[in-house]
Design a protein around this ligand. Structure first.
Ligand code: PRX
Length: 676
């Protein structure tokens, strides 16, 4: 049995041991107001009606020029949606709402410090600020349609303003999660060939004002070494007019946006009409090899898909106050804090800080004070809030009609706590399964139509047609309850267009495995490989089991094991590095890092720290290993392959299985003794 086979057997076993849960039903009150109550919707979006069914999503938008071809497959598997159409995302998220809802709040910005004032930005104010910043980007930074701008911004109102200003010009934004290091930012600047970096001087996290400007300096310096020059660094100030960072500004390169903006007050910029297939943004994500992949998302197809799913799955109405507690630096934030909700003219909440600052009641105070009625978060946050403040939600007078969980499988017990305590038994829950690549949801219950089942994402969305393959490419019978690789048979408008600058990798990573004919121009021959293992129950609901590739999901964020290992290998003493996921009560998974040193070096706590710091510096604190274990040797196959499976079993205190065929079986007991 190979290493891979063993992993797959254990996934199937999880499936078998996981009990089927009972259904929970939506309340009549919810159904009465729901955006989607037509059970025939599944039929309307069946494969027989594909791709024309997606006209309904396109028609949620305002087009400058209506499209003529709904789906063009001639460049398979780079699908083109709504070809011939011209559209602007900034117009659709702002301008089109002004006539009716000028004075409605578009964004509630909640600073982490409770003594600071919450900012309520109306659609009118958003329009003014986006217009002025657009003028600055065009006339001062020299950006034009098709250019890339890298953003390295924390949770702030200025982040969506920046994104929407880029979109207004057709500039492709590439936001790097604020918690990522300067190094990670540099890699993304280089890959996207950006010559403008937009950042913020500082932000609050757990009560501390962090210096963020320093990361920009590191990023620009490292990018230059890799051949990419950044001409301008535009810096928003956390407190306009006041510096919050000790890191100095570089003359001629760095500019405070608040200062420069003064020259653009009152300026208005007409949204640039972009082809539907023009890229709207890049979002980098981890894959099996070291280099992050820039997922390229389109303007028309993406916006149509996130608007449609926000309306029908998130059940957003214009009068709702919607709070997604994700970070805008991830795809969830792009699709379901910024583009989806704003396109539907909702009020979207942006919270700067951590959920437990200054105490575990904070999220529920925010919900109460702003009248939030739709709430969206991840299992890792739910587990944390359940642990530190199980009785907190009941103390506050808020009422959710709808809640979302996303990012990793949720344990049924945690789901039930979310339902009963956070939702007070009144709110429906959608467990939305999707990915950076997919732009929007793939599987979820439709809240007023299909009942909830704890721990299960639910059926696929209308218009999404999954198939589960086994290792040999055979289709598993629908509802058979066996685990396999879940793929999607058909394209959908939200899917990414390609990996930025690397079409070959796009095809190899996502389509090569189950492609029926590499020359084919028919979408039917190109199932999309999600990289997740899943089982389908008899009722058609999908349960997602986790990644099949070398990716660890920490607190709902995908981290490549290779990225972490490469970071460790920067430390000169390190000869070999192996990362394995360890189960963690709150985060879901944490990386454990095994290290073998070069000859002549000895293990020490200082060296462990140096290696751990290297990982944080290269990638960010999110990748910090639980432990660095410096071992004498790695368990290896006779061909010299590190047996990560064995290390994972040791870290998780599980049976390591048969290790007699290893090149060095004795090392296993030694490592076991150490990790104990
Ligand atoms: O393994 C799946 C897991 O997160 C992966 C996608 O991660 P990322 O691209 O960072 O996007 C996160 C937000 C969409 C998936 O391949 N995942 C995501 N949502 C769920 C999930 N696993 C189980 N249930 C979910 N609801």
């Amino acid at each position: 049995m190979t290493e891979k086979d063993i992993t797959h057997v254990s996934e199937a076993q999880i499936a078998v041991h996981w009990q089927e849960e009972d259904y929970f039903y939506p309340s009549m009150q919810f159904i009465a107001q729901a955006n989607m109550t037509d059970p025939a919707i599944y039929e309307k979006f069946s494969l027989d009606n594909f791709p024309n069914c997606y006209k309904a999503y396109a028609d949620l938008l305002e087009w400058d020029e209506y499209w003529h071809t709904i789906l063009d497959t001639s460049d398979a598997p780079c699908w083109k949606w709504f070809v011939g159409g011209r559209i602007n995302a900034s117009h659709n998220c702002i301008d089109r709402h002004l006539a009716k809802n000028r004075n409605k709040t578009a964004i509630h910005f909640v600073p982490e410090l409770e003594e600071e004032k919450v900012e309520h930005i109306t659609y009118q104010e958003l329009w003014v600020r986006v217009n002025e910043f657009t003028a600055l980007l065009r006339d001062f930074a020299g950006l034009k349609a098709g250019d890339r701008a890298t953003l390295h911004m924390p949770m702030s109102a200025e982040l969506p303003i920046t994104m929407l200003a880029c979109a207004r010009l057709g500039v492709i934004h590439s936001e790097v999660f604020g918690g990522f290091s300067g190094r990670a930012c540099a890699d993304r600047i280089v890959d996207s060939k950006s010559n403008v970096l937009i950042t913020m001087d500082a932000y609050y996290r757990s009560g501390t004002l962090l210096d963020h400007k320093k990361n920009a300096d590191i990023a620009v310096e490292l990018a230059a070494k890799d051949g990419q020059t950044v001409n301008k660094v535009l810096v928003w100030q956390r407190y306009p007019g006041k510096s919050s960072t000790p890191t100095p500004m570089v003359k001629g390169r760095d500019f405070f946006i608040n200062e420069e903006l003064k020259r653009f007050y009152g300026k208005r910029v007409k949204p640039v009409s972009m082809p539907a297939e023009a890229p709207l943004f890049l979002m980098y994500t981890s894959g099996t090899t070291g280099k992050p992949k820039g997922c390229q998302h389109s303007t028309g197809g993406y916006l149509a898909y996130v608007t449609g799913t926000s309306k029908f799955v998130q059940d957003i109405h214009p009068e709702d106050v919607y709070w997604c507690m994700a970070d805008i630096g991830w795809i969830t934030g792009h699709s379901y804090i910024v583009y989806g909700p704003l396109s539907l003219c909702a009020s979207t909440v942006i919270y700067e800080g951590v959920p437990n600052y200054p105490d575990a009641g904070r999220p529920w105070r925010i919900a109460q004070d702003l009248g939030v009625n739709i709430f969206h978060t991840a299992p890792t946050a739910i587990r944390a809030l359940r642990k530190i403040g199980p009785d907190e939600p009941a103390k506050y007078n808020y009422h959710f009609k709808h809640m979302t969980t996303v990012g990793e499988p949720i344990e049924p017990e945690v789901w039930k706590w979310y339902y009963k305590e956070v939702g007070k038994g009144e709110a429906i829950i959608v467990d939305t399964w999707w990915q950076t690549e997919t732009g929007g949801f793939l599987c979820s219950t439709l809240p007023a139509i299909t009942p909830m089942k704890p721990g299960s994402a639910g059926p696929s969305l209308p218009g999404i047609h999954p198939v589960i393959y086994d290792e040999d490419g055979n289709e598993l019978p629908a509802g058979c309850g066996r685990a396999g690789n879940i793929c999607i048979r058909n394209p959908w408008p939200g899917g990414f267009q390609t990996i930025w600058g690397d079409r070959n990798r796009f095809v190899q990573n996502y389509y090569a495995r189950y492609c029926k004919d590499p020359k084919s121009k028919r979408w039917q021959d190109w199932p999309y490989l999600t990289g997740d293992a899943a089982v389908q129950a008899k009722d058609g609901y999908y349960r997602i089991l986790g990644r099949i590739d070398d990716v660890i999901n920490v607190s709902g964020h995908r981290l490549g094991t290779k990225e972490i290992e490469s970071a460790a290998l920067i430390v000169p003493e390190v000869a070999e590095a192996a990362v394995v996921p360890v189960a963690h009560e709150i985060k879901g998974k944490e990386p454990d890092l095994y290290i073998a040193l070069k000859p002549g070096f000895d293990a020490s706590p200082e060296l462990e720290k140096k290696i751990s710091d290297a990982v944080c510096n290269e990638i960010g604190k999110i990748a910090k290993p639980r432990r660095v274990w410096i071992v004498k040797d790695m368990p290896k196959t006779r061909s010299g392959k590190i047996m990560r499976r064995v290390l994972a079993a040791i870290s998780n205190k599980k049976d390591v299985g048969d290790v007699t065929t290893l090149a060095n079986p004795n090392i296993v007991d030694e490592i076991k003794a150490m990790v104990k």
